[in-house]
Design a protein around this ligand. Structure first.
Ligand SMILES: Nc1ncnc2c1ncn2[C@@H]1O[C@H](COP(=O)(O)OP(=O)(O)OP(=O)(O)O)[C@@H](O)[C@H]1O
Ligand SMILES: [Mg+2]
Length: 467
């Protein structure tokens, strides 16, 4: 006698698909395309180092009836299809250990298919084989049968690649696909989260139209050693098997008080229009994981770093983690969140906060006097973060670190000392400060000096308007 410990497919399918959003599930399929290119290039190295993914594409189609994605990214070798590609979960987590893929768990493709529908065909060509695998509703409801037959086919693809068609969509998916904004939002997400990969030449078409990419460039001054000049804060490190590159600074000139006020008014009905470009972008193996984040995850509002506020609209940063061991990256399971418990992330976060503080301080110091920085900004130009890292000549070691960590801290210009400024200081009951803090910042524990300053600014702005 024995007890049956067979898994139930219905259980797997509903568990797997519950925690992932539809858009993220689709992005997982694009990750597979990129991993496919990397595996292909292990054997056929790219000629164009600047644009190594040139000539590779993925075409996504969404309608109320089907979802399909087709790529020319090398295909799934027949032996991999037979042994592991269709398994729920990887048996060998060290697969691809010498190339920087983002695939880790052996779940993405299946999760995306099950999320969208009950009937799918995966066709792949990887010379000399061309085959398809069908996933049918009858297979999904049968817990005894865990095999999926491979059928050879000639009716395949024109080059080595993969096509996944899901043709019995769940009703809620079909509804979302034709919903008002889905296609637009998916296009935006692809342009953001695959920006680095698109910049390297990969092309994605969504319903026949090419997806355009987001811009993460930051301002810098060519002569890095020049003192008293606005420059980004730069950091590079190698921690265990992960390399880190980080740049934080400005991507535009400081916002004037007028602009900030206008922006705040607009934000009431349409959140974060201009603020959209501010914040941190976190990249793991070329895949954008956090896009222009302004939360505690990236250091805003922690310890002595202020919370994000429209005043910091010009501040942005990019941090890149790369490793041939994707398990060492600070990636969450959906690949669109970070694992904040990761040691590597913790180290980087210290530098991110250090850098951020330079620019929030700078912005505060020049408040009301923004035009005084205009000449400095005129001398700067936009550049890709990795080119900025290459331009730094003098690095200094991160003090106290046992790891290989180096940074460049800019010598930012100070505003002229004005005698027209006066200091205000007064005492108020803690509970009242907390009430105002909650009112202004949605958090009762913001520093009293910040609460005081904000109260003053609000009152002043009211006074000016009433003139
Ligand atoms: N478009 C594709 N091109 C080439 N190979 C692919 C493609 N899609 C899937 N594969 C193969 O199928 C395997 C399983 O894909 P799946 O997305 O389920 O898991 P994974 O990518 O290994 O890990 P993760 O769950 O982290 O995404 C991949 O490891 C890869 O070998
Ligand atoms: Mg995958």
């Amino acid at each position: 006698m024995s007890a049956s410990a067979y898994p139930s497919k219905t259980f797997f399918v509903s568990m797997l698909t519950r925690d992932i959003e539809l858009k993220d599930a689709i992005l997982d399929l694009l990750d597979n395309c990129v991993d496919g290119i990397l595996r292909h290039q292990r054997i056929h190295p790219p000629k164009n180092k600047q644009k190594p993914y040139e000539s590779f594409w993925a075409k996504i189609t969404i309608t109320d009836k089907i979802f399909s994605i087709e790529d020319n990214c090398g295909g799934i070798p027949k032996s991999i299809a037979e042994e592991s590609a269709f398994r729920l979960g990887r048996a060998d987590l060290r697969q691809d250990k010498d190339i920087p893929t983002v695939g880790m768990y052996g779940i993405g493709m299946k999760r995306a298919i099950f999320k969208m529908g009950t009937k799918a065909r995966v066709t792949s060509r990887h010379k000399p084989y061309s085959y398809y695998v069908d996933i049918l509703p009858s297979w999904l409801s049968n817990d005894e049968d865990w095999e999926l037959p491979l059928t050879d086919t000639q009716d395949g693809l024109e080059s080595d690649g993969t096509r996944i068609v899901v043709n019995e969509l769940h009703e809620n998916i079909s509804r979302q696909f034709v919903g008002k904004n889905f296609e637009k939002e998916l296009r935006e997400d692809i342009g953001r989260f695959f920006a680095v990969i698109l910049m390297k030449g990969f092309t994605v078409f969504l319903n026949g139209t090419e997806v355009s990419l987001s811009d993460f460039r930051l301002l810098f001054h060519k002569d890095f050693d020049l003192p008293n000049q606005i420059q980004p804060y730069v950091y590079k490190a190698k921690i265990k098997d992960v390399s880190i590159e980080m740049v934080v600074g400005f991507y535009r000139e400081l916002a004037s008080t007028n602009e900030i006020e206008k922006e705040e008014e607009e934000e009431k009905d349409k959140p974060t229009r201009k603020s959209e470009n501010a914040g941190w972008t976190v990249i793991c193996n070329d895949r954008v994981v956090l896009y222009r984040d302004k939360s505690r995850l990236t250091g805003w509002g922690i310890r002595d770093v202020p919370k994000y506020h429209t005043q910091f609209i010009a501040v942005a940063g990019v941090v890149k983690f790369s490793s041939t061991n994707s398990l060492s990256l600070p990636l969450g399971t959906t690949k669109r969140n970070i694992d904040t418990n990761s040691d590597v992330y913790e180290k980087a976060l210290d530098r991110m906060m250090d850098g951020l503080k330079q620019f929030t301080n700078f912005t505060n110091k020049w408040k009301g006097n923004e035009e005084g920085t205009a000449d400095n900004f005129k001398k700067m130009e936009l550049a890709e973060p990795s080119d900025i890292v290459k331009s730094v000549k003098k690095w200094s070691k991160v003090r106290g670190s046992q790891e290989d960590e180096q940074k460049f801290v800019p010598d930012l210009p100070e505003p002229p000392r004005t005698t027209t400024k006066k200091r205000i200081a007064f005492y108020k009951p803690s509970s009242e400060i907390e009430t105002l803090s909650e009112y202004f910042f949605g958090d009762p524990e913001v520093a009293p000096s910040e609460v005081g300053e904000r109260s003053f600014d609000e009152a002043l702005s009211k006074a000016r308007k009433s003139k």
